[in-house]
Design a binder for this molecule. Structure first.
Ligand SMILES: Cc1cc2nc3c(=O)[nH]c(=O)nc-3n(C[C@H](O)[C@H](O)[C@H](O)COP(=O)(O)O)c2cc1C
Length: 458
């Protein structure tokens, strides 16, 4: 393994500087942005290609390798878009532990991006099934005149994503179902840690279920999980509390959209309020993406110019928060370095840019900026993933073939690899004294009994 310690001569000072987040230190400020790389097996298991793909990004020097969205409950796994990793029973541990081993071998931290599901954006093999969502009768519909970003282009080039233009009908999740899903989700996060992950990223942007509960456009409930702003934030806040409580030794971050950019949708001010709630409940970082979901995919930033918009809104989040802020899509290392120096964000999350050049972080660390192959945002990778194929890139012939390459294979255990999962051995049993419960007590007392829950902890 080639070790690159600290920024080399001519390296950018801020992007290469280590940063402490929660219980761990990142060796630099570059991480792999979560991307569903559609290489998992039919039952959501990690395949050899999936493992080698992530291993290659770790070998390339990313401080933390974040997986694409992992389905954290059985119900979530039944309503997906394409193919995702699963983590909700012990059978998933074998592949996931091989995956985390590979990432650790090459010297990165491993982070599982976990979700409670696609909600109204999901599709079942059973076309009669109603997708579990905050509100009944609200399937999504993708239309060209509403979406000017990536998937429109993808849908013009491939038949498969076009078949997902309209979602299945939805049904309103019951309160007891929500509670049981949350419990399973938190337990699945523990399972991820037992499989060697150092970190959990709660996936709450892009119109996924967690996001759907937040947005007034998709949450029309009148009970304690809807009604007003406090009610709409409840699902995500409770998820944060439960995962923080279940995973005390892990780095726990949350990905959210900076705003929805749709009339009547979530504003930047509201999302800063969400981030503050999450920070209060023990989030170790906030990762900013953007947009309302597949109907308007602002998160798949199309041009260099548009790439400015997330760093710009990130500065407002940074001003409000004490915890580090991650930002996606700033592919230019010089600009990312300047943005970090200017206090706009702390860590650069690189997606498509690490598809084309997994060695980007090493090159930045060594000051070899001219050697970096820059992503053209042509979205061939995305079109392929949406079509259910592994990603490919016109400029990186290795993408999708990492499993066949000697350099991404694992060898005997190296000294820096922990024998027991660090996020597990780090932890001591948490106390029940959680400050947020105190504020919540009057509301819980009023609503919880009605729904025959166990009642607040005294
Ligand atoms: C093929 C593909 C799959 C993606 N899957 C996810 C995902 O599972 N979870 C997520 O939070 N973002 C996902 N994204 C968004 C990326 O994490 C990232 O925010 C976005 O691509 C912009 O960054 P980039 O310009 O560096 O690619 C995906 C993007 C692509 C291209």
């Amino acid at each position: 393994m080639k070790k690159v310690a600290g920024g080399g001569k001519g390296a950018l000072k801020h992007l290469t500087k280590p940063i402490r987040i929660g219980p761990f230190e990142l060796k630099n400020r570059m991480v792999l942005s979560p991307m569903n790389e559609t290489t998992s097996g039919v039952n959501g298991e990690a395949t050899e290609q999936c493992i080698a793909y992530y291993g290659a990004r770790a070998k390339g020097g990313a401080a933390m390798v974040i997986t694409g969205a992992v389905m954290g409950t059985k119900l979530a796994s039944e309503f997906v878009w394409g193919r995702n990793l699963h983590c909700f029973h012990q059978g998933h541990q074998q592949g996931l532990s091989l995956l985390t081993d590979r990432i650790h071998y090459f010297g990165s931290l491993a982070c599982a991006q976990m979700t409670m599901g696609f909600g109204r954006q999901g599709h079942s093999r059973d076309h009669q099934a109603l997708a579990p969502a905050p509100t009944a009768g609200l399937p999504y519909e993708i239309a060209a005149d509403r979406d000017s970003h990536g998937p429109r282009q993808a849908m013009e080039k491939s038949e498969a994503p076009r078949s997902f233009l309209v979602g299945q009908l939805t049904r309103e999740m019951t309160i007891s179902e929500i509670r049981s899903e949350q419990k399973e989700y938190a337990r699945s996060c523990q399972l991820a840690l037992s499989s060697g992950f150092d970190a959990i990223e709660i996936h709450a942007p892009h119109g996924y279920l967690e996001h759907q509960f937040l947005s007034p456009l998709t949450n029309r409930r009148t009970d304690m999980y809807g009604g007003d702003w406090h009610g709409r934030k409840r699902l995500l806040n409770e998820i944060m509390e439960q995962i923080r409580y279940a995973c005390p030794g892990a780095l726990v971050g949350v990905r959210i959209s900076a705003e929805e950019h749709v009339e009547g949708g979530l504003t930047r001010e509201e999302m800063i309020d969400v981030a503050l709630d999450l920070e209060e409940r023990g989030a170790d970082y906030i990762s900013l993406s953007d947009g309302g979901g597949y109907e308007d995919t602002a998160h798949l930033v199309g041009t260099e110019k548009v790439a400015e918009h997330i760093p710009a809104s990130a500065a407002d989040f940074k001003k409000a928060l004490k915890i580090p802020v991650l930002v996606a899509s700033q592919h230019d290392p010089v600009k990312a370095d300047a943005d970090i120096r200017a206090g706009k964000f702390d860590i650069s999350a690189l997606g498509r840019q690490l598809f084309i050049d997994p060695e980007y972080p090493n090159k930045v660390m060594e000051g070899r900026l001219k050697d970096i192959k820059r992503c053209t945002r042509c979205d061939t990778c995305l079109v392929r993933c949406l079509s259910g194929l592994p990603p490919a890139c016109p400029f990186n012939p290795n993408l999708g073939r990492e499993y066949a390459l000697e350099e991404y294979r694992i060898g005997p255990r190296l000294k820096h690899e922990a024998l027991m999962p660090r996020a597990v051995t780090n932890a001591s049993l948490p106390a029940l004294d959680r400050p947020w419960w105190k504020k919540e007590l009057p509301i819980l007392k009023e609503h919880w009994r009605k729904f025959r829950g166990p009642g607040p902890i005294r």
